[in-house]
Design a protein around this ligand. Structure first.
Ligand SMILES: *Cc1c(COP(=O)(O)O)cnc(C)c1O
Length: 404
């Protein structure tokens, strides 16, 4: 994370990768320009050792290229593509993979924007999308794949695990095995939104996923000062995805790439500190009489299928906690309005602790009935735990709960 992919001798000896604020790159000769475009547009194969040169910042830029190389490390991916936002990564990937007539299966709940993309945008392009409740048992997905109408048309299975905001887990390895067993003429791809635990505490590629997606706005960025997204996977998948990114124009800008390079250096320290803090906060929350239920990966029932799946799939409990307050929207709002140290804002994964009300904020664009079924009720509050001292966080929660 500190140096991979960067050579100081190519940048005047600068210890840090400079910010390449440039729209276009000068070709040394007309022949070079022609060669770069031939590779960039796939007009011929690379000669041995030949790499695509820098052309134009919608295709590539040093800050993005170095960032992409560095991002492959945690997930042990062959290649990465960085996008302007998490939604740009998700929408570009799904539009790249699916064609009219195809089916996308997805776990529910998913992030509100993804839910809207799947239920309201992709169907306008003739892509059928079917949600399956996030459960440790993959039977819901198996039934759809076995269906003679649906199964043969499935192009991609989209998972978000742990799910935002319920922390529900889906078995990546089991779904990947199902996808492989039902792949015939073309491979059914499995994509996992790894924003909540990755890239430190969960590595979906290791469990058989084909693509890993991130909102880099969250833990990867980590300072609540940028918006970006990432897709990682095999080179044969990411290469053509980057060609689609070039044409849709959904890449990140150089400044964002540079800021993410900075952020990655402290990713492990931040996520580790946030996870330790979250454990303290969750332990305190569960003992409060005004708290009905806590949704936290460190509190799964011993011996349950959830705990067994967590042990197989996850390397840490992360920094996200949701809980149901006793009451409903009125009680939740009184609590939110009384907090002083927690900032009331959507987003997550930053150094500062955040609090929000999923039903009326991040997930307000989900159909109300479906939202209820997914457990995103009016009494649910979501916390993103930062790097402050846990005593201060607990003191703030305590005084806010007392105000309810
Ligand atoms: C925030 C978020 C997204 C969307 O990312 P943006 O960077 O806001 O576009 C997608 N998935 C999850 C799980 C998220 O939390």
């Amino acid at each position: 994370m500190m140096s991979y992919g960067y050579r100081a001798d190519l940048s005047e000896g600068a210890i840090k990768c400079p910010l390449f604020l440039t729209s276009t790159f000068v070709f040394a000769s007309a022949e070079e320009g022609k060669a770069f475009f031939e590779l960039a547009y796939g007009l011929r194969k690379n000669k041995p050792g030949e790499e695509i040169g820098l052309i134009y910042s919608r295709l590539n830029n040093p800050d993005l290229e170095i960032l992409e190389e560095r991002l492959t490390l945690w997930d042990e991916a062959e290649a990465a593509a960085v996008f302007a936002t998490g939604m740009a990564a998700i929408s570009t990937t799904l539009l790249h993979v699916a064609r009219p007539g195809d089916v996308i299966l997805f776990s529910e709940p998913v992030y509100g924007g993804t839910d809207y993309l799947l239920k309201h945008v992709l169907p306008q392009y003739g892509i059928r999308t079917i949600g399956v409740a996030a459960e440790t048992d993959p039977a819901g997905f198996a039934a759809l794949l076995d269906d003679h109408e649906i199964g043969p048309r499935v192009a991609l299975i989209y998972l978000e695990t742990p799910a935002n905001p319920t922390n529900a887990l889906v078995d990546i390895a089991a779904i990947a095995a199902l996808a492989a067993a039902h792949s015939h003429a073309r491979k059914i791809l499995v994509a996992v939104d790894n924003t909540f635990l990755g890239p430190l505490f969960q590595h979906p590629l290791e469990h058989g996923a084909d693509l890993v997606l991130y909102s880099a706005t969250k833990y990867l960025g980590g300072h609540s000062d940028l918006i970006a997204g990432v897709c990682l996977g095999r080179r044969e998948l990411i290469g053509p995805l980057k060609a689609t990114r070039t044409i849709l124009g959904t890449m990140a800008d150089p400044m964002t790439g540079w800021m993410l390079l900075r952020s990655l250096e402290t990713l492990k320290m931040r996520m580790t500190a946030q996870m330790k803090n979250a454990a303290r906060v969750a332990e305190w929350l569960i003992a409060q009489s005004k708290v009905e239920r806590v949704y936290y990966l460190g509190h799964l029932a011993a011996g349950s299928p959830e705990q067994a799946l967590f042990d197989r799939q996850c390397l840490g409990t992360g920094g996200m906690i949701s809980f149901d307050i006793v009451g409903g929207e009125a009680e939740a709002f009184r609590f939110l309005n009384a907090l002083k140290l927690f900032h009331m804002a959507v987003s997550l994964g930053g150094t500062e602790s955040l609090v929000e009300h999923p039903a009326t904020m991040t997930h307000s664009d989900v159909d109300p009935e479906e939202r209820q079924e997914m457990g995103i009720t009016d009494k649910m509050v979501r916390l993103s735990i930062g790097v402050e001292h846990y005593d201060d966080l607990i003191a703030d929660l305590e005084q806010a709960l007392a105000a309810v």
